[in-house]
Design a protein around this ligand. Structure first.
Ligand SMILES: CC(C)(COP(=O)(O)OP(=O)(O)OC[C@H]1O[C@@H](n2cnc3c(N)ncnc32)[C@H](O)[C@@H]1OP(=O)(O)O)[C@@H](O)C(=O)NCCC(=O)NCCS
Length: 238
């Protein structure tokens, strides 16, 4: 497991943003920021035509997913232009019907919960960890992982689980950050052309292994949570 001994820093040019669940809305896509996330993810996952279903007939990109409205969306933007350069999604596992993890690896997930003495309501399910190709290998992926763990801790969730792709070594990168392999089985996920594996992390442990980055990222996460909560209080009750 990686320790925070290297000089990883929150890039100064990057702004962290968190968008809240929008479970009240029947479709995730009515707000401009929701369409922006769907289009951003669609364009990155499209990968020069490798997954053509992420490009619509009108030439626009889209990644529609039923779990989006239940999730917190952790985003990174360039401060200078506001351009969205990375995103990840974290949803309370018990709200997902069905959770992708439960759908693909229910035995592994059940064993994991039992071993960790946790319930599904203790878990955030992570997905769609995506950094724009022009901004990779600059610690933005790591920034999202650490921010997601701070968020989980603040929401009182003891575990993050994800189905990590293996083809490009994404599972190895997540293990490097402090996730562990929670199940020996791999499962095909044809929509993104990958074999995926169940990985998990305990936010307390992962943040303990990245103390400097965690200390830098935590205030930004707390600011965003305050902004989200204030926004909710001031919006009209439906
Ligand atoms: C996986 C992904 C999110 C990583 O984002 P990133 O911003 O490039 O990651 P970081 O710069 O924070 O790199 C984190 C660490 O992983 C390493 N790493 C990143 N990409 C790597 C790669 N392709 N191969 C090997 N190591 C890699 C980095 O060297 C770094 O380690 P270091 O800090 O010791 O140098 C990005 O490559 C991506 O969007 N891929 C396509 C979508 C995807 O597959 N998502 C994952 C679904 S499970």
């Amino acid at each position: 497991m990686r320790n925070d001994t290297t000089d990883v820093r929150l890039p100064a040019a990057v702004h962290l943003e968190i968008q809240p669940p929008s479970s009240y809305s029947s479709s995730f896509g009515s707000e401009p920021w929701q369409r922006e996330i769907r289009s951003f993810r669609g364009e990155v996952i499209y990968e020069n035509g490798r997954f053509p279903h992420f490009r619509m007939e009108d030439g626009e990109f889209d990644d529609a997913d039923e779990h989006d409205r239940h999730a917190y969306h952790v985003l990174a933007r360039l401060r200078s232009t506001g351009e969205l350069i990375a995103s990840a999604r974290l949803a309370p596992a018990e709200l997902l019907a069905p959770s992708k993890v439960m759908a693909l690896d229910e035995p592994g997930a059940t064993r994991l919960l039992s071993k960790e003495r946790l319930r599904r309501t203790d878990v955030l399910e992570g997905a769609r960890w995506v950094v724009h190709p022009h901004h990779r290998r600059q610690n933005i992926g790591q920034l999202l992982v650490v921010a997601s763990n701070v968020l989980a801790q603040r929401l009182g969730r003891s575990l993050i689980w994800v189905l990590a792709g293996t083809v490009a070594g994404q599972d190895a990168i997540l293990r490097h950050f402090g996730f562990w392999e929670a199940s020996p089985d791999s499962h095909p996920m044809p929509e993104v052309g990958d074999m995926v594996k169940l990985l998990a992390c305990r936010p307390e442990q992962l943040l303990g292994n990245h103390p400097r980055l965690a200390a830098q990222v935590a205030p930004a996460v707390l600011d965003e949570l305050t902004r989200i909560r204030l926004g909710r209080e001031s919006s009209p009750v439906a």
